[in-house]
Design a protein around this ligand. Structure first.
Ligand code: PLP
Length: 387
């Protein structure tokens, strides 16, 4: 967390006052929440009334996807199709699949190219096929594993031609790319606190004025009845402060951290010449803080543990089913063969990353790959699914 966000949260933690209470402490807490709403809205090009606070990105994705689906279907029972990219974070992917399993949704998965970018021609064709049956389109702003940025403006234009609303998970994009909700034309956008220097467990759906969202959480009717639950004043205060700083610092960080990321990729390829960099090689088409590669002949989880032992912490993007690591759905959707996808590693940089960090990776990666290759595939088990 940013020190400013820690300070904001710490300041609020001991204070009494439910933001829904009418007494003095409650009104003071409400003021803090409304300031946070303005900060988040201002930072992201949304009006305060368009900000619906949630307990993080996963909840925001669920509210956006399920809430939009239910609202659209209630308006017209024919609207049962969800058009989605197959490289979404599980918070969207699994919400969409749940709607298909339990709510009669039909999913149109959009093809993506080898960089993970959705095919706009296929999108146009999918939408043109009975547009009146489409409830929503959901495509993330940028991918959390390989860093590929999606053509959000073109996606919005294609969907709006048919009057279909679009949701985008911008959890990774905020703080790394210019994200302006109003300019984007999106109907709904997800943001998460802990990716931008704020606390874990704070996030928001930005929902354009007049957009109908059916609640997922029912209760006290907070957040204009869209998201019930006592507001977490300290976390939202810190989230607002973090959003403001993350957006203010974005351009400078994108240049500085983007250069470090490029150094890291160069060092990885120098140490392991047959490593294959994934995602868009053009910096304009990928997140500046993200680096991703596959290492032939290695199990990503083995590499992860070997690097961890040398103080380098990264992730594989693989999920685990019944104790067996599964290759990333993102890489598989990009057409990466399963054995190759098993050797994936993602390195995430951030504002505190330094040249010394890059040097540490450069020194550790070669020996780690050598050992992982000797160990062969399947040497280690894994349980975590870092996001
Ligand atoms: N969407 C994306 C693209 C993510 O990377 C993450 C990861 O954290 C999430 C959604 C989930 O957000 P949260 O961790 O706040 O629930």
């Amino acid at each position: 967390m940013l020190p400013e966000a820690v300070a904001a949260m710490t300041e609020e933690l001991p204070r009494t006052g439910n933001a829904s209470s009418l007494h003095t402490s409650g009104r003071r807490a409400r003021r803090i929440v409304e300031e946070a709403r303005e900060r988040v809205g201002d930072a992201l090009g949304a009006g305060p009334s368009e900000v619906v606070f949630t307990a993080g990105g996963t909840e925001a994705d669920n509210l956006a996807v399920k809430g939009l689906f239910w609202a659209r279907r209630a308006q017209d029972a024919r609207r049962r199709r969800i058009v989605a990219s197959p490289v979404e974070h599980h918070a969207v992917l699994d919400a969409v699949e749940w709607l298909a399993a339990h709510e009669g949704a039909e999913i149109d998965w959009l093809p993506v190219d080898s960089l993970g970018r959705v095919d706009l021609v296929a999108l146009g064709e999918t939408l043109a096929r009975d547009p009146g049956s489409v409830a929503l389109v959901t495509v993330m702003w940028a991918n959390n594993e390989v860093g590929t940025v999606q053509p959000v403006a073109e996606i919005v234009a294609a969907a709006h031609e048919h009057g279909i609303p679009v949701h985008s998970d911008a959890v990774q994009a905020v703080g790394q790319l210019a994200v302006d909700f109003g300019v984007s034309g999106l109907d709904c956008l997800t943001v998460s606190g802990h990716k931008i220097g704020g606390p874990v467990g704070a996030g928001a759906v930005l929902a354009r004025r007049g957009l109908d969202l059916v609640p997922v959480l029912h209760g006290g009717g907070q957040e204009r009845g869209v998201r019930s639950g006592t507001l977490d004043v300290p976390a939202l205060h810190a989230f607002g402060v973090a959003a403001e700083i993350a957006v203010a610092d974005r351009e400078e960080l994108a240049v500085r951290i983007g250069a470090l990321r490029d150094d890291l990729l160069r060092a990885v390829v120098a140490a392991v010449p047959d490593a294959v960099l994934r995602g868009d090689p053009d910096p304009a088409g990928r997140l500046p803080f993200n680096a991703h590669a596959t290492f032939p002949g290695c199990e990503g989880d083995s590499l992860l543990y070997l690097l961890d032992a040398r103080g380098v912490e990264c992730s594989t993007g693989s999920a685990c089913q019944a104790g067996v690591p599964q290759p990333s759905h993102v890489l598989l959707a990009m057409g990466v063969p399963e054995p190759v996808a098993r050797g994936a590693l993602r390195f995430s940089l951030g504002r505190t990353s330094t040249a010394a960090d890059v040097e540490a990776v450069a020194a550790a990666i070669g020996p780690a790959v050598e050992r992982a290759r000797r160990a062969g595939v399947g040497g280690f088990a894994t349980e975590a699914v870092p996001s």
